[in-house]
Structures are given as structure tokens and as C-alpha cells.
Design a protein. Structure first.
Lengths: 166, 370
């Protein structure tokens, strides 16, 4: 790795690593996995840095890599992770009795991971539907239908919180 | 802003980001960027070792192939007329070796009455072979004494080695007894080789044993009782100085490793991480190498190495009076005779049809002339 690439990577890490970690955490719901995903994202970026056009949107490019990495990493462990996250959850508590954030967290938890990934990519990483389609490897139409389904499910779960927050 | 978007962003911003995330990522990226990490270097070394191993194996296989081809050619050309005879003799050559050592036995005759045939086990222990050579060139010394590495005021760390040659009346019995001696003193047989003089009888062998240093004299005494001691060398080397040197270098290397670890934790760029890692890898490699050397020396101090050669009195296997040899000579004579007869028959088998054809042509020519 030449010094130009390493200083470029340094600036990317400085600017985007926290956002990537947050996205990875939202998708994986686990600190260690979020760390692995973040590292893997920048390793992939380091490998592909030399072929990245100068005019490319680095933020969108990095977030696409992160979404793809998170989804791939998560896919194999979904069942196990969901079982664990259910165990961690403090029983059945009425949404009105807990903090809004906890409700959001629970609602996101409830989403299947392929829907959660598009929600995070869309609303946190601010990727376009086309960019999400490229990152996840699906059609734009599928992204739209997944987003719609996710919104529907979240709306059902979050309606009290959303009402409270409005 | 969409309500759902606002909630997701809030949720994302509420995620606690560990303070070392950037450092971890830089370190991971640096790992990928440096193929000369410890792991990479070890893998390269292993690959090189494998390649060396392959080369050695290839050379050994080639040599073995040449020997086998030569042997087959020799046996084949000699015993072609009667394959049965050939196989009989071949069986004879391989037959009488003690079963547990048959694999590594050859029948070459060496200067001391029996050629040494290195078994796979012995070939796998070059250290043992080296130490044997160095022992043989060493002068006889008293069991305890100041070696070249002795340090005044420091307890001696002595590596003791012994070499003993014993002439025995019955090799097989003595060999079995010798193999049991190391275990009696809490030691073990590291490698062993046997060889034969006549091709029929196992008559000499060498075993390298490791016994606890404080039981070496007892073990030598027991080996001596197997027969007539013809050769005995004992040597000692004090490695206290070398061990002190290793300890000092280890302390210094560990201090440096600690300092480099501190630097690595504070490194702010991938280039810095790479530079520190390179230094760190070198120092860790040195530490491992020093620890390995220290452990090896410690083992040699704790366990003495004793090399025992056993050989039979050659007069007890006089070839002229050996009935096995007479049988073999008779078989060889028979097979030579059979070879001659077979060769003659082969020549006749070719000549008779030719003679018949020539006769027929001659008769026809004569008939036409008339």
C-alpha cells in the first residue's frame, strides 16, 4: 500500500468509521459483530481503493460496502442472533410504559434482517434506492417493496411512539 | 423529514461507539496491507520448509528408485530363467531381520563389522546425528568439569552426553535388553538403527537414548553389562553462560516489545501502524526464537543423551561354517546352471526354424537345377 492510499484510507476512517459502526450495529445488534463488519468494510475499501474513480461519491461507496458486508455477515447468523436478542429483551412490556428509544429498538429488532438492512441503508446511510439495490444485489423494485413492507411493520409497532414523538 | 427517518437516525445516534473503533480498523487494514506479518512470515517459512521437504523427498525417492531399478536389473538379469529362485533369494535377504527394525535395515558391511543403516526415525532427528558426530570428535573428559561456557560464581548447567560401544555374544538378546534400559531410569529411546553383516543375520545396531541427567551413570553401567565394553566416551558442556546470555536478551527484547505495544496503541495513521508492526513482528520473532533455544538447552541439561552401539563378535558368524551360506551358494550355483541351459534353449529355439527354412530353400534350388 503506497502512502497516498494509506493517507486516503486514514481520512475515510476518520470521517466515516463511526457512521459505519453505527449502521453495522443497527443491522447486527451486536458490538463484536459491528466491529468485525466495520473492519471488513474498510479492508474491502483498502483493496478496491486504487480502482475507485476520482469522481466517485466515497460516502455512498463506503456505505454500500458496509451494507453489503453487514448483510452477508448477518445472513448466516440470523436465527441464532434473533433467538439471543429475544432472550435479552425484558419480557412483554406495553410500549406506553417504556422510553420511545426502547420501542424503536424493539421494533427494529422485530424486523427480519433483510428489511432492517434496507431501512438502515435508506434512513441512516441515506443511500438511494438504486444504491441499496446495488449494495444488496437486488432489483430496485424489490428495494421499494421491502421498504414498503418495513415501513408497514414499523408503523404498526411504532404508532404509539410516533404519536408521542410528533 | 419523515417520522420513521427521524426515529432511525435517533436510534443510530444513540448507539455507543467504542473509542477504539478507529484504531481497530486501522490495525485491521494494516494487517491486510502487510504480508510480512508474523503469520505471513511463518507461513512463508513453512512453505519453504515444505518445498525443502519436497525436494528432499524427491531426491530420496529418486535415489530409492535408482537403487530399486539397479537391484531389479541385477536380480532380473541373473535370475530370469527361474523367477522362483530369484524370489527365494530376495526373501532370504529380507527375512532374518528383527521384525521391529526390518523397515530400516540394509546389508552393507561397515568398518566396524556392520554398516549403519539409518532408520526413518533416526533420519528425522538430525540433532541426534550431529551430536553423535561431535561426541565422537570430543576428547574423553571427566563427567563433571568446567566447559568452555562455564561462568564463575554461577551454578553449572551441564549438558552430558555419552557414547558407548559394547561387543555382545548374542545381538538379538542384548538389543532387546538395551532397548529396555532407558525406560528403567525414566528415559526413552530417541532413535535406533540395526544392520547386518552377512545379509542373513542382524549383528549390529545403534540406539540413541535420553535419560535424566542424574541417572546417566546408572544407565551407562547397565549398558556396560550387556557385554564387553570396547569404547566409551563421556563429555560435558556447561551452557550456564549461554543461558544467562539468552535470559538477558529475552529481558531486553520483552522491554522493547512492551514499548512498541505502547507506540502501536498511540499510532494515529496506517503508515505508523505498519512501521511499528514491522518492528514488533521482528522483536516477537526474536523472542520466540530465544525462548525456543532456551527450552531446547533446558531439555538437553535435564536429559542426557547416550548413544549405544552393540555388535556381535564376528567369529561367531563365520561365513564358511554358516549353513545358511552353504544353502545360498548352492541355490546360486543351481540358478547359474539353469541360466546357461535356458540360454542355450533360447538360442536353439531361434536357430532351428532358421535352419529348417534354409534347408527347404536349398532343396528347392537343387530340384530346379536338375
Amino acid at each position: 500500500m503506497d502512502s497516498t492510499t494509506s493517507s486516503l484510507l486514514d481520512s475515510w476512517i476518520e470521517e466515516h468509521s463511526e457512521a459505519v459502526y453505527r449502521a453495522a450495529w443497527l443491522i447486527s445488534r451486536d458490538h463484536h459483530r459491528a466491529q468485525d463488519i466495520s473492519q471488513e468494510t474498510f479492508i474491502k475499501a483498502a483493496r478496491a481503493a486504487s480502482s475507485l474513480p476520482a469522481t466517485a461519491n466515497v460516502r455512498a461507496w463506503l456505505y454500500r460496502i458496509a451494507t453489503n458486508t453487514a448483510l452477508n455477515a448477518h445472513r448466516s447468523k440470523t436465527r441464532e442472533l434473533r433467538a439471543v436478542s429475544r432472550l435479552d429483551r425484558p419480557g412483554e412490556v406495553a410500549p406506553s410504559d417504556v422510553e420511545t428509544r426502547e420501542v424503536v429498538r424493539t421494533a427494529l429488532d422485530e424486523l427480519p434482517e433483510h428489511l432492517r438492512a434496507v431501512v438502515v441503508a435508506k434512513y441512516w446511510m441515506q443511500l438511494s434506492e438504486k444504491q441499496i439495490a446495488e449494495a444488496v444485489g437486488i432489483k430496485v423494485g424489490t428495494v421499494k417493496s421491502r421498504l414498503h413492507a418495513a415501513r408497514q411493520m414499523l408503523a404498526d409497532e411504532l404508532s404509539p411512539a410516533m404519536e408521542g414523538g410528533a | 423529514m419523515d417520522e420513521l427517518e427521524r426515529l432511525v437516525i435517533e436510534e443510530a445516534e444513540s448507539v455507543e461507539v467504542p473509542s477504539d473503533v478507529k484504531a481497530q480498523i486501522r490495525s485491521a487494514v494494516a494487517d491486510v496491507a502487510t504480508p510480512t506479518t508474523e503469520f505471513g512470515r511463518r507461513r512463508a517459512a513453512r512453505d519453504a520448509g515444505f518445498r525443502r521437504g519436497q525436494t528432499t523427498r524427491f531426491a530420496a525417492l529418486s535415489a530409492a528408485a535408482v537403487i530399486v531399478a539397479a537391484a531389479l536389473f541385477g536380480v532380473g538379469s541373473f535370475f530370469t530363467p527361474d523367477p522362483e529362485t530369484g524370489s527365494e533369494v530376495a526373501t532370504d535377504l529380507a527375512g532374518p531381520v528383527a521384525p521391529e527394525f526390518a523397515a530400516g535395515t540394509t546389508s552393507s558391511k561397515g568398518a566396524d563389522g556392520g554398516g549403519l543403516a539409518l532408520t526413518d526415525e533416526a533420519m528425522g532427528a538430525p540433532e541426534a546425528a550431529d551430536s553423535l558426530q561431535s561426541r565422537q570428535s570430543m576428547p574423553v573428559e571427566p563427567p563433571i568439569g568446567g566447559g568452555s561456557g562455564s561462568v564463575p560464581g554461577v551454578p553449572a548447567q551441564v549438558i552430558r552426553t555419552a557414547d558407548i560401544g559394547v561387543e555382545v555374544s548374542d545381538f538379538d538378546d542384548a538389543w532387546a535388553e538395551a532397548a529396555a534400559i532407558p525406560k528403567r531410569f525414566g528415559g526413552f529411546v530417541e532413535s535406533s538403527t540395526v544392520s547386518s553383516v552377512t545379509g542373513e543375520r542382524t549383528s549390529s545396531g545403534t540406539l540413541t537414548a535420553r535419560v535424566p541427567a542424574d541417572r546417566l551413570d546408572d544407565a551407562i553401567a547397565d549398558f556396560s553389562e550387556l557385554g564387553e565394553v570396547r569404547r566409551q566416551n563421556t563429555s560435558t558442556v556447561d551452557v550456564a553462560g549461554e543461558l544467562i546470555d539468552i535470559d538477558a536478551r529475552l529481558r531486553s527484547a520483552r522491554t522493547e516489545e512492551e514499548a512498541l505495544n505502547g507506540l502501536l496503541a498511540r499510532a494515529s495513521g496506517i503508515d505508523d501502524v505498519l512501521r511499528v508492526r514491522e518492528q514488533l513482528n521482528m522483536i516477537r520473532y526474536e523472542i520466540e526464537s530465544l525462548e525456543g533455544r532456551k527450552a531446547a538447552l533446558g531439555n538437553q541439561v535435564q536429559y542426557s543423551t547416550v548413544s549405544v552401539s552393540l555388535f556381535e563378535d564376528e567369529s561367531s558368524i563365520d561365513p564358511d561354517t554358516d549353513p545358511g551360506n552353504f544353502d545360498q551358494a548352492l541355490k546360486r550355483a543351481m540358478s547359474v546352471a539353469l541360466t546357461v541351459v535356458y540360454g542355450a534353449l533360447m538360442v536353439l529355439a531361434v536357430l532351428i526354424p532358421l535352419a529348417l527354412i534354409a534347408g527347404a530353400i536349398w532343396l528347392i534350388v537343387r530340384l530346379f537345377r536338375r
